[in-house]
Design a binder for this molecule. Sequence first.
Ligand code: GLA
Length: 413
Amino acid sequence: MEFQFISVALLLLLQPSNLLALDNGLALTPPMGWLAWERYACDIDCTNDPDSCINEKLFMDMADHMASHGFRNLGYEFINIDDCWATKMRDDKGMLQADPVRFPNGIKALADYVHSKGLKLGIYGDLGSHTCGGYPGSLGYVEKDAKTFADWGVDMLKLDGCYASEADYETGYPEMSKALNATGRPIVFSCSWPAYIKTPNYTRIAEVCNLWRNYDDINDSWDSVLGIITHYAQNQDQFQPFAAPGQWNDPDMLIIGDFGLSLEQQKAQMAMWAIFAAPLFMSNDLRKLPKESKDILQNKEVIAINQDKMGKQGRLIASSITKHSGQRKSPEVTNMVFARPLDGGDLAVAMLNTGHFSGPHNITVSFKDAGVSWSKASVRDVMNGMDLGMFTDSFSAPVNPTGVRLVRLTPAK
Ligand code: GLA
């Protein structure tokens, strides 16, 4: 008995980080699923918008579609609620409660439904006094709320950071992480911590969270997608090294199948999120998803890059600016090349043409820039499922405006 006690105490002493760190064994590859916010935001008007308001039917519909239209089997497993699901006040016992009109059966029944489809349910909270939408936050209620979520059968928590101070982030995220672990229920923990502060301590954040938002909210436009990609390119030294199994940088939701992106741009978002080892949370209407968008979201070879088990996030390896002539304000076309090493020795490369003007132009990836030791590789266009042949030292291909060429390089034997 005594020996057992000593060995447990020793173990705890030897691994002090386990007491606080998010050692929950979850999200070993970037989590995939669906999240309500970008598409449905805080629409609570179910009288006028019965099919697009935040209510239990919306999440049940999406669960049905994820299960029956091929998404679940490809790894999209989470159905995630965002803001505006709760009542504006806690109940008389201080518990969070779902809006009784929009969620008449409560979150537990919704979780049961989602689980019956072989899927998982995520929910949203905030570590401050209120959520960004003005619903009750967890400040002062961390343990209680963690327990509530676990009792409801929730599988993931996105904890936002509105109505909080810098000091609240330092304490609040670790506290919730610990409280979730203490429930004994596996709950993936998604933080917004770095998005709220100037100089995030990613070492600490990675100990506490499974994924974390780095940057502004995505909206339904190419400008927004390109803004995020550019932020990732310009700040990669700050956070790229922290991506690994169980801990991911989160550039925010996929807006593929919505209104703001051309087909090329939808492919570009999917390709870049694969290179970034990003969580893949679609925010779209799966009930009315255009076939071309569905094909992009369900592209197995692209998903395989995203889900690569080594979990290394890709980096910008080259960029260049081309000046167009013959126009009054000659626009600049910027090429960006990103590379991501994969398990087994392959390399995924995304060649991005951020220009808006004129037709496709050639982008070259030099194998040397990619930092690989080999000089000869076979190249496969994974977005289009085509083998392109064997190349030495470099590979070039035309890339459409605001488009991407996503290739997989396999070194020659
Ligand atoms: C913040 C988050 C968004 C969303 C909203 C909800 O803006 O960054 O992703 O959760 O709050 O109010």
